[in-house]
Design a protein around this ligand. Structure first.
Ligand code: FNR
Length: 191
């Protein structure tokens, strides 16, 4: 295991489908990624007054976790055709102070699951747009857009059992591994 991959989950729900999807990604990456998760549930609502008094501990921990990552994987639901507020809040904290975002030059991959049909495409587009504002380096494909997720889970094991989804996840993990490695090589070459 050589790549330090930090995961961010855009749902705080205990029985989250996206948590199950993240677990399936982690299972596929078992040999290659040293995975840790960034906790966004304790971040206060972003407020420049709080920031002016110094970052609260949860913010400092979050920023440090992202800074130390070789790559970040964001797995998120879609709320009202867009990015969930808790995730946007975390990305906003990570973007500060301006021009020194902790996501700067960081390879990021996005995935999402929904019982709906469109697989969180609109939420992922907004995550991508937000990260572009911070000079993150977002992988474009393969996209992981898991629609009808409740039909792809075996509720006895609590795992994704759909073979097409699983092979998509293998491709996602494999491609993101290369994406991060390629990025490390080119940034070293540029130093
Ligand atoms: C949703 N949901 C939803 N799904 C979707 O595909 N597109 C959408 O725009 C929305 N909008 C939306 C708004 C709000 C406020 C909620 C609470 C939910 C349904 C959503 O996909 C479903 O609740 C998932 O189960 C949420 O993901 P987790 O928590 O299971 O990971």
């Amino acid at each position: 295991k050589n790549l330090r991959i930090v995961t961010i989950l855009g749902s705080l729900r205990k029985e989250s489908y996206n948590k199950i999807l993240l677990q399936a990604i982690a299972d596929k990456a078992d040999q290659k990624w040293d995975i840790s998760s960034a906790d966004i549930s304790e971040l206060p609502l972003f407020n420049q007054d709080i920031e002016a008094d110094g970052d609260p501990e949860a913010v400092t921990t979050f920023k440090e976790t992202i800074k130390q990552a070789d790559g970040v994987v964001i797995v998120t639901p879609e709320y009202n055709s867009g990015i969930p507020g808790v995730l946007k809040n975390a990305l906003d904290w990570g973007s500060r102070p301006g021009n020194s975002s902790v996501f700067m030059n960081t390879p990021v991959a996005i995935a999402g699951a929904t019982p709906g049909g469109a697989g969180t495409a609109l939420a992922q587009m907004q995550v991508r747009q937000t990260l572009a504002a911070m000079n993150a380096n977002v992988m474009s494909h393969p996209k992981v857009l898991v629609g009808g997720v409740q039909n792809k889970i075996d509720f006895d094991s609590g795992r994704i059992e759909d073979s097409r989804t699983i092979s998509r996840l293998e491709d996602f993990v494999h491609t993101f591994t290369s994406f991060v490695e390629m990025y490390q090589q080119s940034s070293k070459a540029g130093q």
